[in-house]
Design a protein around this ligand. Structure first.
Ligand SMILES: Cc1cc2nc3c(=O)[nH]c(=O)nc-3n(C[C@H](O)[C@H](O)[C@H](O)COP(=O)(O)OP(=O)(O)OC[C@H]3O[C@@H](n4cnc5c(N)ncnc54)[C@H](O)[C@@H]3O)c2cc1C
Length: 527
């Protein structure tokens, strides 16, 4: 049984600050929501565990989807999202995403985000499972960095919005299913502080770091899911991890994403014999939904006994490659690849968490005063497999809805004063953080990767059970807190994946290879 906190503390002994809104996370979901609230007059504090630009948002390459093209419509965007979601999307949430998304993206442009234009019109690209060109991009393949820049600029203009960087949120302060604030640790001075908020918004991003092979930045250790679960929040769909099919696979190179827009513009996937294999697996070939491209790639790797496949950009003119994908061109060149000539060795890696802290369509969790948006949240909009470039959009759309809902909540809610104490944890244990982190990631890669089985998942769960004692003692430092969060999230992913005895979307069980009608439902876990 997990203890609900990571460290001993007593809020009466700690310095504290009070705000109307405490927002954990400064990516697209947290920063957009913060700007929106503060523009409405709310007093807001944003906490980020590293620097402000250290986010998945900043790394996003391809772009943000919205039905803005001449031949496009929210109805078509809806159909594509539902198709990719493999029977598990919440159709109301998708309707909201595709309809409200158009205005949210226009608002982002009004706020100064500079997307690419072609002949005076917004330039739109295409990715897997999109029936239309509908993805706005910036600086070719550096869309996220431009959005992060524009939002940070906005945030800095608003006096009632404060940002504290390098504050690691350890735990939520929840009593009787009401959230009162957060316990945080100053990453620089290593001291604790309490931030009370009448509204607390989780916007902590994803969980990719629980896998050895992943595309995510270091901050993506699943802290939001772990702290919410410890506090009694419901978490949903955690078995659905999206693996990205084309991640650079070169000894000594990082797991750098080669964006799907490269295939959208005409690149081909080839096996080690140079054969284009995707048409054998799906009528949409390279532009099939991500889960299908991943499974086909893995089959091809096994069939040919190869550790990777290749992405061949030769159908694209060299100047198009350099202009549309400057970031990918530059990064690959660092590792000796001229992508206008050389095929890029690629393999699948963990990329995106479809599940998360369960919310309704207004971002409310089952804990009063606690909201969630962005990758940490799950209202079912992505189902079992996210449609590419829908996640940046999701952060804006559901962040916006939290603003409206929480302002209503604030008018009717008077908080009481509550003290929080945890004094039952034993002194810190000596553990080898790097060694255990490595072990965890290897277990997740092997047992909870793109191909799963009862045997593998059961083995993974016994690994987690063996670590249970750790949670009886205090965490020594932030690195250990992150490791504990990853252990908890890894365990929850494996529990949900073992329960779902079918294959659907990104969740593939080799012992249950077909989808089952019985499983058109969500797995919700709660402490
Ligand atoms: C390489 C890559 C490419 C991608 N490309 C695309 C794309 O083209 N289009 C698309 O739609 N999506 C893309 N995605 C996915 C998308 O970028 C993310 O889903 C999205 O940016 C998540 O935004 P967010 O605001 O929820 O979280 P993030 O942007 O990850 O921000 C998380 C924030 O939470 C903070 N935080 C986390 N834990 C704590 C803690 N304990 N205490 C304090 N602060 C904390 C972090 O410091 C950070 O500020 C990509 C992802 C990656 C990794």
């Amino acid at each position: 049984m997990f203890k609900p906190y990571l460290v001993n503390f007593d809020t009466r002994q700690l310095p504290a600050e009070t705000y109307e809104y405490v927002i954990i996370g400064g990516g697209i979901a947290g920063l957009y929501t913060a700007c929106k609230v503060a523009r409405e007059g709310g007093q807001v504090l944003v906490l980020t565990k590293h620097t402000l630009e250290d986010t998945s948002t900043d790394k996003a390459q391809v772009g943000i989807a919205a039905a803005l093209g001449q031949s496009d419509s929210p109805e078509l965007h809806f159909k594509d999202t539902i198709f990719a979601g493999a029977g598990l999307c919440d159709s109301k949430a998708v309707e909201i995403l595709v309809n409200e998304g158009v205005n949210r993206v226009k608002e982002l442009i009004e706020w100064g985000a500079q997307f690419d234009y072609y002949e005076g019109e917004l330039a739109l690209t295409r990715e897997g499972a999109h029936s239309q060109r509908r993805i706005l991009h910036a600086a070719g393949d550096a869309t996220g960095a431009e959005i992060q820049r524009a939002l940070a600029y906005q945030a800095n203009q608003i006096p009632s919005l404060k940002i504290y960087e390098n504050y690691f949120v350890v735990d939520l302060l929840v009593a009787d299913d009401i959230c009162y604030g957060v316990l945080a640790c100053d990453n620089v001075n290593q001291c604790f502080k309490v931030f009370y908020g009448r509204v607390v918004i989780l916007a902590t991003g994803g969980t990719g770091q629980v896998y050895e092979h992943n595309t995510n930045p270091e901050i993506a250790t699943g802290d939001g899911i772990a702290m919410a679960y410890r506090a009694g929040a419901e978490v949903m769909d955690l078995e659905f991890i999206q693996f990205h099919p084309t991640v650079l696979c070169l000894p000594g190179a990082p797991f750098f994403l080669i964006s799907e827009a490269v295939r959208g513009e005409g690149a081909r996937l080839r096996n080690c014999y140079g054969e284009q294999f995707m048409p054998r697996y799906h009528q949409l070939a390279e532009l099939a939904p991500r889960d299908i491209v991943v499974q086909s790639t893995l089959k091809e790797m096994v069939r040919t006994g190869s550790k990777n496949v290749f992405l061949d950009l030769s159908p694209l003119p060299a100047e198009v490659i350099q202009q549309r994908f400057p970031n990918i061109t530059r990064t690959c060149a660092t590792y000796g690849l001229d992508i206008t000539k050389d095929p890029i060795p690629v393999a699948p890696a963990a990329h995106y968490m479809m599940g998360g802290v369960k919310t309704n369509l207004h971002g409310e969790t089952n804990i009063k005063g606690l909201y969630a948006c962005g990758e940490v949240a799950c209202q079912g909009v992505h189902g079992a497999n996210r449609l590419a470039s829908n996640s940046l959009l999701d952060g804006l759309v559901f962040g916006f809805r939290i603003v409206k809902q929480s302002m209503r909540f604030l008018t009717s809610y008077v908080p009481s004063s509550v003290e929080f104490v945890c004094n039952y944890l034993k002194p810190p244990k000596e553990i080898k953080i790097n060694g255990l982190t490595h072990e965890l990631r290897a277990v997740m890669n092997k047992c909870a990767g793109p191909v799963r089985s009862c045997q593998g998942l059961t083995g993974a769960l016994s690994f987690f059970e063996n670590q249970a004692d750790l949670f009886l003692s205090e965490a020594k430092n932030i690195a250990e807190m992150e490791l504990r969060n990853m252990l908890l999230v890894g365990q929850l992913i494996c529990e949900a994946a073992l329960m779902r005895t079918e294959s659907r979307g990104a969740h593939y069980r080799e012992d249950y290879p077909a989808a089952s009608e019985r499983w058109v439902k969500h797995i919700i876990l709660r402490l």
